[in-house]
Design a protein around this ligand. Structure first.
Ligand code: SF4
Length: 296
């Protein structure tokens, strides 16, 4: 934990989406309310809780001094949307009071957190400038979702994503390559493409799994119960997923540092060109990001 006059008060490491790099990061919850996904160690050292209002007000006052021009704010940590509406009904007016220049607020959310919000709740949050929800979906394959210990079914995730969009809030969805149990790689790719098609999010972020020290995934690998895919197998998953993904518009991005081949596809028009690029990479005709430069 660090706390100086020149910074906001953060407990532990802070994670935010790449697109929030220039945003004010306001930590309102600590940790992740789920914290059980097999591949994730981001919040393992944190017990989930909501910060008390006095601590948040102190940060809002500091933010008003430090960031008088930032129009975007991201509410950390993982799954902050899970906070009850009673807390949101205090928080959003407080943000408006202290940082009236902020135009867009973003937050991470699990499917469960979205399910717990009514359509009216989401509409109210949007009116208070909740402009984007980042949802870690990982897969649309039921067996893969159960295998990685996600807390929602594919149907629940689709319903949650559609609810966000119906409220007029932008939806950014993250999916993960290389997490399927043995023999489910193809099903994971195809079902995930179908899930994305049903959700029709504004942004898709594709990441490739990296085995984190201390994760459940590491244990499975060490016990010989999970096979880490090769770079070519990962690219084949990505290709299949893209084939099965039909978006009316939006960005399909596989340009995160964990990926072997950076891709940013404008949907739907860029899809064919991206598939051709993936074919060339699978055939060894394109230089891939070296293993040593991959990162989460
Ligand atoms: S819901 Fe997200 S932050 Fe929480 S454990 Fe799973 S991947 Fe990690």
């Amino acid at each position: 934990m660090w706390n100086t006059i020149d910074n906001l008060d953060y407990e532990g490491a802070i994670y935010r989406p790449p697109s929030e790099a220039r945003s004010i990061i306001l930590q309102v919850t600590v940790g992740c309310s789920h914290n059980k996904c097999t591949f994730c160690t981001s919040f393992k050292d944190k017990r989930f809780r909501i910060k008390d209002q006095a601590a948040v007000v102190s940060d809002l006052k500091k933010a008003a001094r430090l960031y008088p021009k930032n129009k975007r704010l991201f509410i950390a940590d993982g799954d902050a949307l899970i906070m009850p509406m009673s807390y949101w009904q205090w928080l959003m007016p407080a943000i408006r009071e202290h940082l009236p220049w902020v135009e867009r607020i973003g937050v991470y959310a699990t499917g469960r957190a979205i399910r717990k919000k009514s359509a009216d709740d989401l509409q109210w949050l949007r009116e208070y400038r909740l402009g984007i929800i980042y949802m870690g979906v990982e897969s649309g394959d039921p067996e893969t979702l159960a295998y990685v210990n996600k807390e929602s079914t594919a149907e629940q995730l689709i319903e949650a994503g559609q609810k966000v969009k119906a409220a007029g809030i932008n939806l950014s969805v993250t999916v993960l390559l290389g997490i399927a149990p043995t023999g489910r790689s193809l099903a994971h790719s195809q079902r995930t493409g179908e899930l994305l098609t049903a959700m029709n999010p504004d942004y898709v972020g594709v990441l490739s799994v990296i085995m984190c020290e201390g994760s459940e995934l590491e244990k499975l690998v060490n016990q010989g119960r999970h096979h880490m895919l090769t770079s070519v197998e990962i690219l084949m998953e990505l290709r299949e997923m893209l084939i099965y993904t039909e978006l009316s518009k939006g960005l399909f991005m596989a340009n995160h540092a964990s990926n072997y081949l950076p891709l940013k596809v404008e949907m739907p028009q860029g899809k064919i060109q991206a598939i051709n690029m993936l074919d060339a990479a699978i055939n060894g005709q394109v230089h891939l990001r070296p293993e040593s430069l991959r990162a989460l």
